[in-house]
Design a protein around this ligand. Structure first.
Ligand SMILES: Cc1cc2nc3c(=O)[nH]c(=O)nc-3n(C[C@H](O)[C@H](O)[C@H](O)COP(=O)(O)OP(=O)(O)OC[C@H]3O[C@@H](n4cnc5c(N)ncnc54)[C@H](O)[C@@H]3O)c2cc1C
Length: 492
């Protein structure tokens, strides 16, 4: 393999390391020879995350970013050693979980040292009385759930990427799982954390249910996307495995009816673990064989927990669905979802047919939800080359929703696939803000949304940038993300 044959897409501000071999030797001194690599194949393996445009780039001979060193520390001292060296030499470091991020968060666009957290993979303690588990954050999500299940627990945090993501990545990208309407999003699940700051200082936020000890400083590290520190351990809430699970589905005449049904269910303080509304196009794609759902909007529900409570949740859920013209479609659509919920071959095989595809998740209040759906859909559908634009809603709150768009299309005329991709992203971001929504619900900022941070945050973004300067004065932590607008760059 010759990496020079690839075109680097984000190489404008790449850090040039003059004394590369000398630094490699120092890293070997810190980590030992088994925990570092500079081989081309390893550098290539860490050149992208799971962003769907990454598959297109690989076929087009494009690389997103090349690190200089790949490291797999297995002690905190290793991490501290790497950080001290990186600060002395002003070399970027990029924390790495499992690379399942979909917005470019873990891509080493300025070169530097990848710190892969895979060897931090232990469960430290399960506390039955407090219902908590403390883990090292490199642990794989599915492994954590498997180990908890044996003991009769779950975190309730089940992202579609469960098999391919880590606890550290969940915290860093502010993740939300498929069962989030009942169990909460990652910020509701995390109780405590240990963090190594950019200059090597280790800080601890003790696992406590709540405190009134000044501003909630710990929250700044949830969603930090590897730009403010490395989370090394975390304490998460756990739950006893549910005693009962009930599967419900209803089809509705309109998107608005479906929204109203769910809004009213939540107003009754009923929180089914899974709630998913599919717009008409997604309903016909996923539930082709459900005749009653033809030309309709499908909602699937999973109620789980204590038997008596689940029965009551079912009763209230059905009442509200029927009040808003829902037609009962039985258990089969939910069983189908359970069977296919981790399957993503449809999207990952698209690039070989020259289709550029991706997903974009955003947030809205109930007030603006339908308006946002229609405004975004109508605006994006005007883009030349767009073949598909659909939506589902899979995360709910009493006060609003997280909406998830999927798109596919082909570049037209002079456009590159990346131009087309950026156009759909930018049009969606703009339309979401015009509708009073927020540009990201659970995939984070990474590269793709970095150009929209100022518009999203307004004046407070300036303060956030000042905080970053204090915590990471040499800007070595994952530069080119959140705090820098890298998005405007392209492969031209
Ligand atoms: C098919 C598919 C389905 C998905 N489904 C969901 C879903 O249901 N819900 C959801 O929320 N997301 C989903 N995602 C997105 C992705 O899985 C999440 O963003 C996940 O949280 C990333 O975890 P990771 O360990 O792979 O992190 P990575 O991709 O390795 O890293 C992501 C970011 O976190 C930083 N980081 C990683 N570990 C640490 C650490 N220990 N300390 C500090 N920073 C760190 C990195 O620098 C990077 O900026 C999906 C992705 C795919 C490909």
């Amino acid at each position: 393999m010759d990496l020079n044959e690839f075109k680097l897409i984000y190489d404008k501000d790449r850090t040039v390391i003059q004394n590369k071999k000398e630094i490699e030797n120092k890293l070997r001194g810190i980590l030992g020879d088994n925990n570092i690599s500079t081989s081309e194949i390893d550098i290539f393996a860490y050149s992208k995350d799971a962003s769907l445009i990454g598959h297109t780039w690989t076929l087009e001979g494009i690389i997103a970013g090349l690190a200089d060193y790949i490291t797999w520390p297995d002690t905190k001292e290793h991490i501290v050693g790497i950080l001290k060296l990186a600060n002395e030499e002003k070399i970027p470091v990029i924390p790495f979980g499992e690379g399942s991020g979909v917005v470019g968060g873990a891509i080493p666009i300025r070169g530097g040292i990848i710190i892969d957290m895979k060897k931090f993979n232990n469960i430290i303690e399960i506390n039955d009385k407090d219902l908590t588990v403390t883990v090292e954050t490199g642990i794989n999500g599915m492994n954590l759930e498997r180990l908890l299940k044996v003991k009769g627990y779950t975190t309730g945090h089940i992202p579609q990427s469960l098999y391919t993501s880590s606890v550290g990545g969940w915290i860093a990208h502010k993740a939300a799982g498929q069962f989030s309407t009942k169990y909460g999003k990652i910020e509701d699940i995390i109780l405590g954390m240990e963090i190594i700051l950019p200059q090597g200082e280790i800080i601890n936020f003790k696992p406590i249910v709540r405190n009134a000890t000044g501003p909630q400083f710990d929250k700044i590290f949830i969603g930090n996307e590897g730009t403010l520190g490395i989370v090394t351990t975390a304490t998460l809430r756990i739950w006893p495995l549910p005693a009962k699970r009930t599967l419900i589905s209803y089809a509705f005449p309109t998107f608005e009816d479906s929204l109203e049904a769910v809004r009213h269910i939540l107003r009754e303080q009923v929180y089914p673990a899974v709630v998913r509304i599919y717009d008409k196009d997604e309903t016909s794609r996923h539930f082709r064989d459900v005749e009653k759902a033809s030309e309709k909007v499908m909602i699937i529900f999973v109620c789980e927990g204590n038997e008596r409570l689940v029965d009551l949740e079912e009763q209230i859920t059905r009442e509200q669905c029927e009040k808003f013209s829902g037609i009962d479609c039985g258990e089969h659509p939910v069983e189908h979802w359970f069977e296919t919920r981790f399957k993503v071959t449809e999207t990952s095989t698209s690039p070989q047919y020259k289709l550029t595809v991706d997903t974009i998740e955003v947030a809205s209040s109930w007030e603006n939800a339908a308006k946002m759906y229609h405004h975004v859909t109508e605006t994006v559908k005007q883009i030349k080359g767009l073949l598909l634009f659909t939506a589902h809603i899979s995360h709910f709150y009493p006060n609003g929703i997280g909406m998830y768009f999927s798109f596919g299309g082909v570049e037209m005329g002079e456009q590159t696939s990346f131009d087309f991709y950026q156009k759909v992203w930018n049009t969606t971001m703009k339309a979401v803000l015009e509708s009073g929504g927020s540009i990201a619900h659970h995939h984070g900022i990474g590269i793709n949304r970095s150009g929209w941070m100022e518009k999203e945050w307004g004046k407070s973004f300036k303060i956030l940038k000042e905080i970053k300067k204090i915590i990471d004065p040499n800007n070595i932590f994952n530069p080119g993300k959140i705090f820098d607008n890298t998005w405007k760059g392209g492969a031209n």
